[in-house]
Write a protein that binds this ligand. Structure first.
Ligand SMILES: CSCCC(=O)C(=O)COP(=O)(O)O
Ligand SMILES: [Zn+2]
Length: 214
């Protein structure tokens, strides 16, 4: 399927959903200092041919403008002639889509995801157990224990993208970038947002457990 063959209504729906999620996450203060990026995939998926709408690079994600999003292909190249630049982290989104076939990917920087990725960075994962919101990740086992993967952070985004296949676990829809932020994904925007909120809740509980020594 070529980009031009994807129905206009589907593209407009993706932009509508991206704007709604951007506003909701901005209201939580999850885009400090122009950080963070969001994407939603459109059309059919093949590992080497797919398309997604993604936030433009360097924008204040807490304000709405006509230049907030653009469509790119699997290589991260804009689908249409535009002055806009896709997120600097577009290749990370592209690699996650390629590996998972998911429908939406959200990335935010928060204090809790930064602190815990630093605390557990040498272990390669943040352990979490006994938190009801683990079910928000789609894991419904009794007293589930999970390990949230941590990927080293580099200024060179292709170097990060290369490490992503090793960090993707079939049952954990996200990973931390050390001292940087969190990436989450889902079949659609609703699921990816649920995963993001669940991860952030879990990380805050684990941080506070460490702080309280409980
Ligand atoms: C200003 S934070 C550094 C860049 C970053 O990590 C980020 O999430 C935002 O980059 P983008 O190009 O998507 O605006
Ligand atoms: Zn980032």
């Amino acid at each position: 399927m070529n980009f031009a063959d994807i129905p206009l209504e589907e593209k407009q729906a993706a932009l509508h959903d991206l704007r709604a999620v951007k506003e909701q996450l901005a209201a939580r203060g999850w885009f400090p200092g122009t950080s963070g990026n969001l994407s939603i995939r459109v059309g059919d998926f093949q590992p080497d041919q797919f398309y997604f709408a993604i936030t433009s690079s360097g924008k204040d994600k807490s304000v709405n403008t006509p230049e907030d999003f653009l469509f790119v292909d699997a290589a991260g190249e804009p689908c249409e002639t535009t002055e806009l630049k896709p997120s600097a982290e577009t290749l990370i989104h592209s690699k996650i889509y390629r590996m998972t076939g998911c429908g939406a990917i959200f990335h935010v920087h928060t204090v809790f995801n930064n602190l815990l990725s630093e605390r557990y960075g040498n272990d390669g994962f943040v352990p979490a157990q006994g938190i009801e919101l683990i079910k928000g990740l789609g894991i419904w086992e009794e007293n589930a224990a999970i390990r949230i993967p941590i990927v080293p952070n580099y200024a060179d985004i292709p170097s990060i993208a290369k490490l992503i296949p090793g960090a993707i676990q079939s049952d954990i829809p996200g990973f931390l970038l050390r001292n940087h932020g969190i990436y989450v994904w889902g079949r659609n925007a609703f699921e990816a947002k649920r995963h993001l909120e669940a991860f952030e809740f879990i990380l805050e509980v684990e941080y506070r457990r460490l702080a309280l020594g409980v």
